[in-house]
Design a protein. Structure first.
Length: 349
């Protein structure tokens, strides 16, 4: 029977900050005999931060923990010598060069690079962490935290705060992976799309996914197979690419799910949009006739910078039981990628 869980109500990053601080506080050597189990788990968590940062772990720990020090989510000083920055994220991402700023703040306080540990603590899901790593932060994810917390459960930790948080995080992990065992028509959570997108990201080196918030209600998007690299330097250049759109509307007792694969074109030049959009649509549709792919024109064309010129409706390949056939769906995506690349190579704009 499901019981009320504190963290179903305390869902903010500040609440997670508080849990992390509360747990880590037990790693202080003075608490070794007050609660052996929590001391063991807290020390294990702290040791993991040192391990992934390739730093030696001190024999004794004297902890000072600060929340929101100079806007740093969690700032920890160990033995008055070692500094730890924890940037705690649930479903948001880093912004405004905040990670570099936090490092600069701490280094200005007479801590050296050798005595600084920077952790990007992420319990939600994010497409990639390349930029985070460039800023000298070590990545600590939900699955990493669950391994630590799970060892406490196996050890017999009964503390209600600890157990509630573990259950809350485990439920999130299970929800992300639930897409494998649900009928596709019942994918009624963005987490189900996230789990699926994570499983197919390896199909292309340039694959990206994220939530797209727009006037039509927003969708979970996955885009890849770009004609030119999709980098900051190329953001204002024409490019053709592929995009998956997962729209879920379960408001007002309506359960409408729309999953489609879209052939896209990005045209920054407003004067050229209609001409290039129509040209690319005609080429895709014409070549689709001999590809054995069920590619159709969209119900209507858009006129913005990013436009859909053709799509495959309900592209996910299902088993007889209505669940996703991951292997066949991946094969379809690979086939569409080859098709897209072939048409682009033969029809440069």
């Amino acid at each position: 029977m499901h019981k009320p869980n504190l963290f179903e109500f305390a869902t903010s990053e500040l609440s997670q900050d508080a849990f992390i601080c509360w747990l880590l506080s037990y790693a202080d050597t003075k608490y070794e005999n007050s609660n052996n189990q929590l001391f063991f788990i807290a020390t294990k968590l702290l040791k993991r931060f040192f391990e992934i940062s390739n730093k030696p772990f001190p024999d004794k720990i004297d902890l000072k923990i600060y929340q929101q020090y100079k806007h740093i989510d969690i700032f920890i000083v160990i033995n008055d010598k070692i500094a730890i920055i924890i940037e705690d994220k649930t479903h948001t991402k880093d912004h405004s060069d905040q990670l570099n700023k936090y490092r600069e703040i701490v280094l200005s306080k007479n801590f050296s690079e050798d005595d600084l540990i920077c952790i990007y603590f992420k319990t939600g899901d994010q497409c990639d962490y390349k930029e985070i790593i460039k800023k000298k932060y070590k990545i600590f994810l939900r699955e990493d935290f669950l391994k630590i917390l799970d060892s406490g459960i196996k050890l017999g930790v009964k503390n209600s705060i600890y157990v509630d948080y573990y259950d809350y995080l485990m439920k999130m992990e299970e929800d992300v992976n639930r897409y494998k065992n649900l009928e596709v028509k019942n994918w009624d959570s963005h987490n189900h799309s996230v789990g699926f997108f994570k499983s197919i990201k390896d199909t292309s080196d340039d694959a990206r996914w994220d939530y797209v918030n727009n006037a039509s209600g927003g969708f979970m998007g996955f885009w890849w197979n770009f004609e030119i690299p999709n980098t900051y330097e190329n953001e204002n250049k024409l490019k053709r690419y592929l995009q998956l759109e997962h729209r879920i509307n379960n408001e007002k007792e309506i359960n409408k799910i729309d999953f489609r694969l879209c052939f896209k074109i990005h045209v920054p030049d407003k004067e050229k949009r209609q001409k290039l959009r129509n040209k690319w649509s005609e080429l895709v549709i014409k070549n689709a006739e001999k590809s054995n792919l069920n590619i159709t024109k969209p119900a209507r064309f858009g006129s913005g910078q990013w436009m859909t010129v053709a799509n495959i409706i309900d592209y996910i390949v299902k088993k007889e039981n209505g669940k996703i056939d991951i292997k066949k769906t991946k094969n379809l995506l690979l086939k569409v990628m080859d098709f897209n690349k072939d048409v682009i190579s033969k029809n440069p704009f």
